[in-house]
Ligand binder design. Sequence first.
Ligand SMILES: [Zn+2]
Length: 332
Amino acid sequence: MPQPDRNAPYLLGHDIGGTKLAVVIADWNGNILHKVRRPTEAGRGPEAVVASLVDMSREVMARASLATADVAGVGVSCGGPLDTETGVVYAPPNLPGWDEVPLKAWLENALSLPAFVENDANAGALAEWSFGAGRDFRHMVYMTMSTGIGGGIILDGRLYRGPNDTAGEVGHMTIVRDGPACGCGKRGCLESLCSGPSIARRAREKARGTPGSLMVDLSGGGLAAITAETVMAAARKDDPCAREIVDETARYMATGLGNVVNVLNPEIIVIGTILVKAGDLLLEPIRNYLRNETWSRVYDTVQVVPAGLGDAVGDLAAIAVIRQAAQAEGSM
Ligand SMILES: [Zn+2]
């Protein structure tokens, strides 16, 4: 398997999202020189999307006046499931029409550079670990908390993928037996309780039975328009109904984090998006409840913190993927 060329000073990063593609050229420290974005338009089919990525790569390299020899390789962050060894992508939910796409091979052929493909949650974990809130830690758990709850695990200074590249699915731990249906087909997963849409669903149910909740006024469209952000905004204004939803969310999160902490004994848990926006409103009760879910010895070791990279995580995720590839080879 070709390896990133450590003597080349620059890296290409491809962030393949359901709606947007981003291609960046950066140095090994994550300093981004140039970036290009285009809509994904996944309906065009994988060949057309990859052709766009190749174009965009040539564009950022041209803007930075770089030749192929200046570039160590391509890191790719893409929705899973996928196989990191072969670089084949298997029908990600956010890329309809993609099934068994040999992404790595296509990119390597077109760009004459080694390519490394990672699922977006693992790539996000690598980014927070390389450049964000998880820097300087050897044992880190990363959780996204947005439309879904994804995760990635760094153990002993390495990404832990498992034999099928599916380790780290913290969002699908069962928290409530026979609880709400989850998109994965199970019930009562953390994601079915604490993702943005799940928080909103619980809030709507509660507001329906509690007339006069501020959440309905703040949503800008009545009960049906309540989102996780509405819940946080109303809780900040001390709406009792919203406060209850925040408290319940913190309890569910603490139960999930407690399981993770007791199994893995991480030094740091980094949580993105909703937790970053909610800040201490959600973080404080999570930390308090977590104390009851863990042994004091492990509780005293672990920090729970908001993600540090914000919107830059997508660009840096792809760059972190190729850094990890070089590191795994022992050349860093
Ligand atoms: Zn699930």
